[in-house]
Write a protein that binds this ligand. Structure first.
Ligand code: BG6
Length: 626
């Protein structure tokens, strides 16, 4: 995943590009570059490493004057993160410069063809083929050159292009990678994400796949893949500039953890009216629901764990079978999905390649898809039949926090909505649970306030590999807690369903082994307590997480983290918060790069677009789509 940005206007482009890239750094941070049009030529500056190095090299942009340009921050896929492999890439004749987010799957054959044609490559990237194709197809008409180039590309791309023949113009085209245009006053912009735009403009245009646009300081023209001009609506971004900045916190992750009460409130408030849950502009009719035989939840990473937790809420309240599937598995699983399956696709970014592929697979088999997504206008939002936005606001830290709790919140709302529609819940319980849900933001705040001792506990427990255990909803929390710890502190952390420990893993428990026991599910409290006793008997050091007032746990565990008392069905939204903080403080103590952990990016756009087809032998096989 990479970030791209572009600016054209009357003022200097480089400072705008550098500022935009800094906001996009979460999308990739191993190298960066800008290309600015100046004095009849395109000046390119690029470096391996962070944007700060690019700032230094260009003296905050002063060495790259000019008022139109493009920029890129990279997360290497093809070729090491070196200066040469950094974007922008220049055509051999110096006429075009290109920045690219995505992956060109057929780049090897294109590269061979272009080398045969006499083009000289400077880098190992897939992107460089694009800029040479532009040169090859250019005969004075840029739109045609871009369209011919795009027609040759297989894979995903959002491209930003500048050309010396049109000094104040930027060209963009997208296919399966995010791209947003910013509409300013006598200046215009593009970026991979609105976070790079909000300090300049809140008026944006979301490009669709296959669309191409030309931006000059005073106009934006958008064309469809046949070259016909299309009128695009201008949307208003509601995120504030502050929401996309650190606001005094040392890290975005900490800021985003602290924002959870507000984010959960934002997800709840517009959907509860007069004590009833309403979905966003759509209804599932009793007829539609009557035909649903099962629900599949699919997602990757933390979003998958939100799904694991949501499953308990939906099954408990609605009595409908729910399967939770990793999108990276489901897409290749020849899944048992048909028009009687309701699919919930969860994704913070809305751009995770495996999740998109799983969604397409389910839709192709006739399922109705509801996307639970944070980023407005993202691919998953567009492909879903209905969307429930999580309203978490921009999430910059790579490790998700408020993205996760708002996904849980939407799942809880959905479970209550469905339970009522299906007539599986009585009026009193429904009213009580809706009320309880409305208390969540306050209780999350209390959870944060109660746990001031977490930095100390982090240094006591995060010393070597950790086990996280729990049952039922607590197990889903344990899974997410362990993932957070791994992602940002690089400590080995495993999660187990507490009852499974004795079937093998207990062999690893020895003197001083840290075990984090999630124990918020009242009904299963004694069961998990017995697992705590088992590991303690083998020397483990136990940090338990439980609801306030649980005296039994105090006598068994070495240390206890409390959350306020809450209905078990919603407890994950509170219980996960101290575990996010535990991981945060463990990573901080180790001096890790918390917002940008090594080897990770905010979402994973790698992967081929495939479709399941029936082969002549009647066995299913996968075909890579062009
Ligand atoms: C991974 C991230 O690449 O994608 C995880 O490192 C994230 O933190 C996962 O949970 C899924 O992302 P999304 O955007 O689909 O929720």
């Amino acid at each position: 995943m990479c970030g791209i940005v572009g600016f054209t206007g009357a003022r200097a482009a480089a400072p705008v590009l550098l500022g935009g890239l800094e906001r996009l750094e979460y999308r990739g941070y191993d190298s960066a570059g800008i290309a600015v049009f100046h004095d009849g030529a395109i000046q390119v500056e690029k470096v391996s490493g962070r944007i700060a190095r690019l700032r230094e090299k260009t003296e905050d942009g002063a060495l790259t004057p000019g008022s139109a340009g493009i920029g890129h921050t990279r997360w290497a896929t093809h070729g090491a993160p070196t200066d040469l492999n950094a974007h922008p890439h220049l055509s051999n004749d110096g006429r075009f410069a290109v920045v690219h987010n995505g992956i060109i799957e057929n780049y090897l054959e294109l590269r061979k063809e272009l080398i045969r044609d006499g083009y000289v490559f400077q880098s190992e990237t897939d992107t460089e083929t694009i800029v040479h194709l532009l040169e090859k197809y250019y005969d004075g008409d840029i739109k045609t050159a871009v369209m011919k180039t795009a027609a040759r590309l297989e894979g995903s791309y959002a491209l930003g292009i500048v050309c010396t023949d049109t000094p104040d113009a930027l060209y963009v085209v997208r296919e399966a990678s995010p791209l947003i245009l910013g509409v300013g006053v006598e200046e215009n912009y593009f970026a991979s994400d609105v976070t790079a735009l909000v300090s300049h403009t809140k008026n944006v245009i979301y490009l669709d796949d296959g669309e191409f646009a030309k931006l000059t300081p005073d106009s934006i023209k958008v064309f469809d893949c046949t070259g016909c001009e299309v009128k695009k609506p201008v949307s208003r971004v509601t995120w504030s500039v502050e929401a996309a900045e650190k606001g005094g916190y040392e890290h975005f992750m900490l800021k985003e953890i602290m924002e959870q009460p507000a984010a959960v409130k934002a997800a709840l408030t517009p959907r509860i009216h007069d004590g009833r849950v309403q979905l966003d502009g759509f209804e599932l009719s009793a007829e539609e629901l009557g035909g649903v035989s099962k629900i599949i939840i699919t997602a990757c990473g933390s979003a998958y764990y939100a799904g694991c937790s949501g499953r308990y809420a939906i099954e408990h309240l609605c009595r409908v079978p729910v399967q939770v599937e990793l999108a990276s598995e489901l897409r290749y699983a020849d899944p048992m999905v048909d028009e009687h399956t309701l699919v919930l696709v969860i994704s913070q970014s809305g751009e995770t390649a495996d999740t998109i592929a799983a969604l397409r697979e389910c839709k192709a088999r006739g399922a109705k898809v509801i996307g639970i997504v944070n980023v407005v206008g993202s691919t998953i939002a567009k492909l879903s039949d209905h969307v429930l936005y999580t309203f978490a606001g921009p999430e910059i830290a790579v490790a998700t926090t408020k993205g996760f709790t708002t996904q849980l919140t939407v799942l809880y709302l959905f479970a209550l909505y469905l339970a009522e529609k299906l007539g599986r819940i009585d009026a009193d319980s429904y009213a009580a649970l809706v009320k309880e849900l409305q208390h969540l933001p306050r209780r999350i705040q209390q959870t944060i306030d109660m746990n001031w001792q977490l930095p100390k506990l982090a240094s006591r427990y995060a010393s070597h590999s950790l086990f996280f255990i729990g049952r039922n909803t607590d197990y889903a929390v344990a899974l997410e807690g362990a993932l957070k710890m791994k992602e940002i502190s690089y400590l080995h952390a495993e999660s187990y369903a507490a009852g499974e420990l004795k079937h093998g893993t207990i062999a690893l428990i020895e003197e001083n082994q840290p075990v984090i026991a999630v124990c918020c599910n009242e009904a299963l409290m004694d069961k998990t307590l017995s697992n705590i006793v088992e590991v303690k008997a083998r020397g483990a050091k136990v940090l338990a997480l439980s609801c306030k007032g649980n005296k039994k746990i105090v006598s068994q565990a070495d240390d206890v983290i409390f959350i306020p008392r809450v209905e078990t069905v919603f407890s994950a939204a509170l219980a996960v918060v101290p575990l996010q903080l535990l991981a945060y403080y463990a990573a901080k103590e180790k001096g890790c790069d918390i917002d940008k952990p090594k080897n990770l990016a905010k979402f994973c756009a790698k992967g081929h677009k495939t479709r399941l087809i029936r082969s002549p032998t009647r066995l299913w096989r996968y075909k890579t789509l062009s």
